[in-house]
Design a protein around this ligand. Structure first.
Ligand code: NDP
Length: 255
């Protein structure tokens, strides 16, 4: 392995790291030598993910946490410090969607999507900042979406949260560059996970439309995120900050 991608001794938190894209990223970091703390609400999924990461040779643990709650984000960082002694990398990946026409959302549904997808990232970044300062720097990876760029009739709050994620990324990158903390966003195309298995049920014709529009000719796989995670978490990306990088099989390049 190129030395600049080596993550031995580095400690990572991945919110929503118990499945899908989060686990795909966590696996990439595990293979690069990092120790991982994953956060999710479902204890069974958490336990299975820890096993999967340990099978890659990594030290891994999970915390049952709802990242919409500020105290839970702080406890998550405390857990990383207690278990592993430091914190270097934070991946803000937890996310949900509620698919409806804009006129049909309740204020509670709007809030739930914004709190889970965007506010949680801000709260976790705030919680992680002192530990990253202490470590002499850090890496934050925020997960956006094609809906950070494009609109969709069925995704008002989701699109608002994911557009906001890119702008939050840029603000944090500007604020914390002086502290040697790089903050970047990854914008996935259409990836085969629990989230999109539900989307394919909710939105007729989605599966075929995605295949037709994606130049790579396939849906993405969580494994497609191992490499970008290792790059953005490692010293290989030390001069990359405030970027929003698409990992989409060419979806956003197709006119
Ligand atoms: P999954 O549903 O597999 O993953 C979502 C993760 O978020 C789960 O691990 C879930 O764990 C966790 N989560 C949700 N709410 C909370 C919460 N309140 N507190 C803690 N954890 C929470 O879907 P994906 O892997 O597809 O999604 C991961 C990210 O990627 C999301 O931000 C999504 O918006 C984004 N994305 C996905 C795309 C795709 O095509 N799949 C495309 C673009 C972006 P648990 O249920 O145990 O809490």
């Amino acid at each position: 392995m190129n030395k600049s991608f080596n993550l031995s001794g580095r400690v990572v938190i991945v919110t929503g790291g118990n499945g899908g894209i989060g686990l795909g990223m966590a696996s990439g970091l595990a293979e690069a030598g990092a120790s991982l703390l994953i956060a999710g609400r479902n204890p069974q999924k958490n336990a299975a993910a820890v096993k999967a990461l340990e099978s890659l040779g990594a030290k891994a643990a999970a915390v049952e946490a709802d990242v919409t709650v500020q105290s839970a984000c702080r406890s998550l960082v405390d857990s990383a410090l207690e278990r592993f002694g430091r914190l270097d990398i934070l991946i803000n990946n937890a996310g949900i969607n509620i698919r409806k026409q804009p006129q049909d959302y309740t204020p509670e549904e709007w809030k739930s999507v914004l709190d889970t997808n965007l506010t949680s990232a801000f709260l976790c970044c705030q919680a992680a900042y002192p530990a990253m300062l202490k470590a002499g720097g850090g890496k934050i990876i925020n997960i956006g979406s094609m809906m950070s760029i494009f609109g969709a009739a069925f995704a008002g709050p989701y699109g608002a949260s994911k557009g906001g994620m890119v702008q939050l990324t840029k603000s944090l990158a500007c604020a914390w560059a002086k502290d040697n903390i790089q903050v970047n966003a990854v914008l996935p195309g259409w990836i085969d996970t629990d989230l999109t298995r539900q989307a394919r049920k909710d939105v007729p014709g989605l599966h075929e439309r995605v295949l037709a529009r994606t130049p790579a000719g396939r849906w993405g796989d969580p494994k497609d995120f191992a490499g970008i995670a290792a790059f953005l978490a490692s010293s290989a990306s030390d001069f990359v900050t405030g970027a929003a990088i698409t990992v989409d099989g060419g979806y956003s390049s197709q006119g």
